[in-house]
Design a protein around this ligand. Structure first.
Ligand SMILES: [Zn+2]
Length: 148
């Protein structure tokens, strides 16, 4: 007699939809306001199975220890020197650091990572290379690392 519940095609459709959506039999029974047994019985008679969503699509739980993640390869940008790390520029051993107001035209203008007593940026101050704004050492640094 329980099958009489399903004489309503709307209800039957709802049963199938709910079942397909993966809710529990109990939820279907509650939603349709029928007994759980009625739902179970109808599902069995309809031959509904919860295998529509292919199990292969689901990520299978790893039963064996997964391979350790590969360390990301260290990408060195093309053209960049792999050994270059930004670090404070040190004064040339040749020159004596001078402040911005003291630096002369023939002196290296590489800003140093140190400050003068008045808080002004200090410049290298070593004799400039011909055709460069910097001494030999800083010319080398800037032309090695600042060129594209
Ligand atoms: Zn210099």
């Amino acid at each position: 007699m329980t099958d009489a519940i399903w004489s309503d095609p709307a209800k039957l459709k709802q049963l199938i939809e709910l079942f397909d959506s993966g809710v529990t039999v109990q939820s279907i029974a509650d939603t349709l306001d029928v007994s759980r047994n009625a739902v179970c019985g109808k599902i069995a008679r309809l031959g509904l199975k919860r295998e529509k969503k292919s199990p292969e699509a689901k990520p299978t739980p790893a039963l064996t220890p997964a391979a350790p993640p590969q360390p990301a390869p260290i990408v060195v940008a093309a053209g960049a020197s792999p050994t270059f790390t930004p670090r404070p520029i040190s004064a040339s051993p040749v020159g004596k650091p001078v402040s911005i107001i003291r630096v002369r035209k023939n002196q290296c203008r590489a800003p140093l990572d140190e400050r003068g007593g008045d808080g002004l940026t200090m410049f290298c101050g070593a004799p400039k290379l011909a055709g460069s704004s910097y001494c030999e050492m800083h010319h080398g640094i800037f032309h090695t690392h600042r060129q594209h």
